[in-house]
Design a protein around this ligand. Structure first.
Ligand code: PHE
Length: 349
């Protein structure tokens, strides 16, 4: 037998062993072992033939023979032993089940998602449930039912993206400019008492700078029942802002105008950066206060538009920018950071 023939035989023995091994159940393992590893087994006989080769060749072929024998024995042990069989296989690659895995880099949640999750938890604790609403909207839900009559100047406050598509009444569909649309949908679809919040994306045709983007996020909350008052609004807003920023934060209401609430308010919280101690703070511009949301008591026209008698039913609503909260939570001064996905920044958050 030439060395080449011996090698070929060795591989034949190995391959037939592996295919027999794959085909049998535990019951036939011992017979198979005898057939190859026994004193007269195919592998043993072949290894014994090595003695006929000259020393140099015997060494090389012997090493190969042992390697193949090791691999065959390991596979046999694996099949015999179930999970513990890893031990027999310890020198072959990928077989140590106790070894630590590769260090796959793990991502993390986007700061806006973290902020939405924090807000969601806060509202669920207060007994609010989450509602959904669509991004493409009819004029009726974004403006008209919210007491923005056609040509009302307040529509100008929210520069709107219109689509080249018509709604059922023949008006252009639009990208919603605020999450207050969820008030109308919910009031029409469900019956009070309603305690609902809705975080989501909104769109305004605004130039992009450090504090504006054509797409951003808002969270809307509202409560409709009998006898809901400004005091309930005051308490609820106070509770969720303190949940987010801690109980030492102060909250104040300033009169403001939104067509769908009366009275309406702008809500400010005390500056979490300078705590009112720095005249030069870039976040609150030295005032010690940061505007965080719009709020108010739902206008009687909104109640009427959705089929409710305003003397009987009423409620409060508020809407806040999520980017603003995220900037305050993470100490970010430029909101473009949220959309650029620059890993050098996201890794620090
Ligand atoms: N929708 C208003 C805005 O986007 C905010 C708001 C919501 C004000 C609810 C009052 C009540 O500016």
């Amino acid at each position: 037998m030439t060395p080449a023939q011996w090698k070929e035989k060795l591989f034949l023995v190995r391959d037939s062993f592996f295919s027999s091994l794959a085909g049998i159940q535990t019951g036939g393992l011992e017979a198979l072992e005898l057939l190859y590893f026994g004193r007269k087994g195919d592998l043993s006989l072949l290894l014994r033939d090595l003695k006929d080769f000259p020393l140099e060749e015997r060494k090389a072929l012997g090493a190969l023979g042992n390697e193949v024998k090791g691999a065959m024995a390991a596979k046999l042990a694996e099949k015999k032993g179930g999970p513990g069989a890893g031990k027999a296989d310890i020198k072959t690659p990928f077989s140590d089940l106790t070894m630590a895995g590769y260090p796959f880099p793990k991502g993390s949640l986007h700061p806006l998602t973290v902020t939405i999750n924090r807000l969601t938890e806060a509202f669920i604790k207060l007994g609010f449930s989450m509602a959904d609403a669509s991004l493409i909207e009819e004029d009726y839900y974004n403006f008209e039912a919210l007491n923005f009559p056609p040509d009302h100047p307040a529509r100008e406050m929210q520069d709107t993206f219109y689509l080249d598509l018509k709604d059922p009444s023949g008006k252009d569909l639009l990208l919603r400019t605020h999450t207050s649309t969820v008030e109308i949908h919910t009031l029409k679809d469900r019956r009070p008492p309603l305690r609902v919040f809705h975080p989501g994306r909104v769109f305004r045709c605004e130039a992009v700078d450090a504090s504006h983007s054509f797409a951003f996020h808002q969270i809307e909350g509202f409560y409709v029942d009998k006898n809901v008052s400004m005091a309930d609004l005051r308490w609820t807003v106070d509770a969720f802002i303190k949940d987010l920023f801690g109980s030492s934060v102060a909250v104040r209401f300033m009169p403001s105008y939104f067509p769908f609430v009366e009275p309406g308010a702008e809500v400010e919280m005390s500056c979490v950066f300078c705590k009112g101690h720095s005249g030069k703070c870039p976040v609150c511009k030295g005032s010690g206060w940061i505007e965080v949301l719009g709020a108010g008591i739902l206008h009687p026209n909104v109640m009427r538009a959705t089929g409710y008698e305003p003397r009987q039913w009423g409620g409060f609503a508020f809407g806040a920018g999520i980017e603003r909260f995220a900037m305050l939570l993470f100490g970010i001064s430029d909101m473009r950071v949220f959309y650029e996905n620059d890993l050098r920044i996201l890794k620090q958050l």
